[in-house]
Design a protein around this ligand. Structure first.
Ligand code: NDP
Length: 329
């Protein structure tokens, strides 16, 4: 059986990598250099979360920072130099109950692999309001760098109290006339430097101890738009409304691990559990790296680091299997 665009390669691979953020692409680079010809399933957001960010200032090696998409492009090209290949589709189903492992993509194509590296990352969380869904893409967003431009000269709301919220709020002041940052507590999870930067920005106004109850909007000539939010002060119970044209959630992320439920061990939040100091999962030959197994550091550089680890773990596992097969032959 053959696969993919050029149709010249068999569908069995020594290493299949699911996910293409810093973890997946670094795993591809390392397993490529180990002559394992990895196949990367990049999904629909090739490059992962860094492709929806702007300046990355903390990835070592770039003294003056680098744009997120550019960084991912460089790592991908670096991996391709050593024989890695990509398919820009999602894996929708896996069967890890027997070897070789089986993977099915969204076009129902089947692949088999001796090892699988899971680097599916994490996605933005939503508040869970019905109105969020109604106005998604019509004023509701979780990506300031993607959508900030649409709110030039307008007032926008950002929800959250972590680094992402500070970063999004700061970024939005480039376009918006005013940014209202709503946070449910008095204290912030954000690092001091990010918080201080946001506090020093005259365009950002903070509303604390407050939750968003509803996003309000209208439909005119078949076009939906956000008009404001209804908020509640959790100390006083007072309900009020704020006018705004844009609404950005920045309340953290959840791991993209649904397809592994019941197959790979995960914690109560869905983060894959790996063995201490390695990237091994509960299934021998399946490894996990990056944000899908890390809810603590969540940095591009740590993701890349665990991506490297998982490639080395996969390589050593394959060597061990080969040695045992030869011994038993
Ligand atoms: P965090 O988990 O750090 O923060 C999430 C924030 O959203 C918290 O303030 C939390 O409130 C709030 N929140 C969560 N759920 C809800 C809800 N249902 N309703 C209202 N508020 C809610 O996530 P971040 O995405 O901000 O950051 C993740 C990691 O990425 C961190 O380690 C961070 O340092 C890093 N990061 C680094 C950046 C950089 O260095 N340039 C940029 C962005 C992120 P509460 O505090 O009450 O729980």
């Amino acid at each position: 059986m053959e696969f993919s665009s050029n149709g010249s390669e068999l569908n069995h691979h020594k290493v299949i990598i699911i996910g293409s953020g810093p973890a997946g692409l670094t795993a591809a680079l390392y397993s490529g250099r180990a002559n394992l010809n990895p196949l990367i399933f990049e999904g629909h957001q090739p490059g992962g979360q860094l492709t929806i960010t702007t300046e990355v200032e903390n990835y070592p090696g770039f003294e003056h920072g680098i744009q997120g998409p550019e960084l991912m492009d460089i790592i991908r090209k670096q991996a391709y130099r050593f024989g890695a290949k990509s398919i820009f589709r999602n894996i929708t189903k896996v069967d890890f109950s027997a070897k070789p492992f089986r993977l099915i993509d969204e076009e129902d194509k089947e692949y088999t692999a001796d090892t699988v590296i899971v680097s599916t990352g994490a996605s933005a969380k939503w508040l869970g309001l019905e109105s969020e869904k109604v106005y998604m893409g019509y004023g509701v967003s979780s990506c300031a760098t993607c959508d900030g431009f649409f709110f030039r000269g307008m007032k926008v709301v950002v929800v959250g109290g972590g680094d992402t919220a500070m970063e999004e709020a700061n970024y939005l002041t480039r376009h918006a006339s005013e940014v209202i940052l709503i946070h449910r507590r008095e204290e912030f999870r954000a690092s001091k430097i990010m918080l201080d930067r946001a506090k020093a920005n005259p365009k950002i106004k903070f509303i604390l101890n407050t939750v968003v109850e509803e996003i309000m909007g209208k439909t005119e000539e078949n076009k939906k738009s956000v008009t404001g939010v209804r908020i509640k002060n959790i100390n006083t119970g007072k309900i009020s409304e704020i006018e705004c044209s844009g609404f950005f959630t920045a309340i953290g992320h959840e791991p993209n691990s649904k397809i592994f439920k019941g197959i790979l061990d995960m914690d109560e939040n869905g983060y894959l559990i790996t063995k201490k100091t390695t990237t091994e999962t509960n299934i021998e030959g399946v490894f996990a790296c990056g944000d899908v197994q890390d809810n603590y550091y969540r940095q591009a550089v740590t993701a890349a680091g665990t991506g490297c680890m998982s490639a080395i773990d996969a390589e050593r596992y394959l060597e061990k299997v080969e040695y045992e097969n030869q011994k038993n032959a």
